[in-house]
Design a protein. Sequence first.
Length: 357
Amino acid sequence: DALPICQCAYSSSCMADSAARQLSGMSLTGEAVAEKRKDGGKKAKEGSGDGGRTELNPLPAYINERLDIYNKLKAEHDALLAERATKESKPIKVTLPDGKQVDAESWRTTPYQIACGISQGLADSTIIARVNKVVWDLDRPLETDCTLELLKFDDAEAQAVYWHSSAHIMGEAMERVYGGCLCYGPPIENGFYYDMYLDDGGVSSNDFSSLENLCKKIMKEKQQFERLEVKKDTLLEMFKYNKFKCRILNEKVDTPTTTVYRCGPLIDLCRGPHVRHTGKIKSLKIHKNSSTYWEGKSDMETLQRIYGISFPDPKMLKDWEKFQEEAKNRDHRKIGRDQELFFFHELSPGSCFFLPK
């Protein structure tokens, strides 16, 4: 009875050795393919040459057409606000978190002015206001007696606003580089993203450098964020070039008016609020891109999604980058390959090939 056991043991040993040799060969093949791709064997996407895409010249026609409509509406809005400030302004009381009350005027006094009255340092470090428990633009006039909180970056709502404003900066850069149709651009748990529909071509990581440089230029220009309430019918005309914005207006907006925000040449459907100007964003990094579907539905259009992160202090960005690098080093997929426990192969990209170690 011992002989069959020995034969079985010998057979298993031979099979393991054979499998090891085959897997080793496949591993080398996989490494060769990876090296080939690293050297440029993988076909590049259109427009993603060594330097990536650059800013379009001329810019898409819809940018100036959209601005023309906006400027007329803004002039009417400013005239109406001035009339309200003259005819309807009255003394109001603003209650701060410590219970102190500050005198103000409705339709004239802004949260930023109150912050400056306390200290310029406080005004400069404030990201957004919270008025009667609702986040509120720092330059938007107060309308009635209210409570007022001045939020810094360490507040969760302030972070969301900060990253939302950063998304608009990146959205402006995307329009100026790709010329496509912007879709959704929300803040997320760690940063933000913006989706864009492109008629042809795609987004490459080679584009990140030019996008980031354009974002830095926009930040340096300190473009003001402006809020405007507009009739739905007018917005359908303003965004007629973008079927996705028209879908949002027709399917999501059930009121006669809604708001848009402007920074520089970008005007976008948005509830807000936002930081005062683009210069409040001190450091920004674009770090990832992917494809997705409109509203996550696989039978709808394919969109290009670009992810970013931003902070009010460059040191915070460096700390974030260091954390991301450490997380990569802790990734079990990297550790397993480094310890020669397994490898991946293009014959089955989603499978893990274990080595007989």
